[in-house]
Design a protein around this ligand. Structure first.
Ligand code: CO
Length: 134
């Protein structure tokens, strides 16, 4: 069911500093910052040969990563995104297997314009999983 790692997302308290660190210290190619108000984040994409890292900074009052950064003020890995061919088939299989899909189970349009779902971290060893249909 799972395909490639689409991206790994890291929540950061200071996006400009994190982007500079990835660019200047780690020598990676980083995008300009993009604000995604509908997702409550500002994001920088770090382009790697085999995947992407997304650096996420909270945007707005109801950001989904604000609570995460309260618990981990210096930042940390927020989620990993796996690609799937058919997100509804994947959801049905997961729900049948007892996994919890966050929200109402209806895929939303993710940061890349594709349908996404999130799976409860307690069902997958403490890691928030995003599924993206590609
Ligand atoms: Co993501």
């Amino acid at each position: 069911m799972l395909g490639r790692v689409n991206h790994i997302a890291i929540a950061v308290p200071d996006l400009a500093a994190a982007a500079a660190s990835y660019r200047d210290v780690l020598g990676a190619r980083v995008s300009a910052a993009q604000s995604l108000p509908e997702h409550g984040v500002t994001v920088v994409f770090v382009e790697l040969p085999n995947t992407k890292v997304e650096l996420l900074e909270p945007l707005g009052e109801a950001s989904p990563i604000a609570a995460f950064l309260e618990k981990s003020p210096s930042g940390g890995m927020h989620h990993i995104c796996y690609e799937v061919d058919d997100i509804l088939a994947a959801r049905d299989r997961l729900v049948a297997g007892g996994a919890r899909v966050l929200g109402d189970g209806t895929p939303k349009t993710g940061a890349h314009g594709k349908p996404v779902l999130f799976l409860h971290p307690k069902d997958f060893f403490g890691t928030l999983i995003e599924l993206e249909e590609v």
